[in-house]
Every structure is written in C-alpha cells, then in structure tokens.
Design a protein around this ligand. Structure first.
Ligand SMILES: [Zn+2]
Length: 112
C-alpha cells in the first residue's frame, strides 16, 4: 500500500472514531441504542482481531511486535492499551464531567 493510500485509510479510521465519539455525546437515546447495537459488536470484533494478532507465542513473546532481532515480551503495548481502556479505565463508569475531559485528552493524543 503506498503512502497516500495509507494516509487515506488512516484518516477514514480516525474520522469514524470521531463520529462514534460524537454520537455518544450528541445523539438522543433511541439513536444511541441503535448505533450501540450495530457498532458495539463491530468494535468488539475489531478488538478481538487486533488482540489475536498479539497473543503470546510459545516463548511468551508477542509475534506481531517482535522482530528477528528484538523480542517483545507479552503482554505487549497493544494488550496494555486494551486493558487500560476496556478494563481498568472503562469510560462508561466515569462521571459525565470527567468523561468530557478524558475525551478531549484522547482526541488530542493522535496526530494527523
Ligand atoms: Zn504485540
């Protein structure tokens, strides 16, 4: 994949994530439930696909993050991010006032 196509692909994913985050804040309840029903399974399946690629191999290393010269011990950074977001810092349990702050912090975290 050339550099421009890669950029287009990455922008499309960032925009989709922004759209979903905006919906969570702006949509009324019936729309939100509808989006949650369609999008949550897609998001969880996406996480599963990513995490399967980062399951430890028989040596306890991440096969995706490791190179021939540098072994990366599992759990790698992908698993750490997954745990931070899905388990330790479940945003659904954060009060509304803190959630807004957290969202802006996240939005500022990625470069385009
Ligand atoms: Zn990994």
């Amino acid at each position: 994949m050339d550099q421009i196509l890669g950029q287009v692909l990455r922008n499309a994913v960032w925009e989709r994530l922004d759209m979903l985050a905006d919906l969570a804040h702006e949509a009324d309840s019936p729309a939100l439930i509808s989006v949650a029903r369609s999008e949550l399974p897609r998001l969880t399946e996406g996480w599963r696909t990513i995490l399967r690629a980062h399951e430890p191999d028989e040596r306890g290393d991440c096969p995706t993050c490791s190179t021939r010269w540098h072994r990366c011990k599992a759990p790698c950074s992908v698993w750490q991010v997954a745990h931070d977001h899905l388990v330790a810092g479940g945003l659904a349990h954060v009060p509304e006032s803190r959630r807004a702050t957290g969202r802006h912090a996240l939005a500022g975290g990625h470069s385009r």
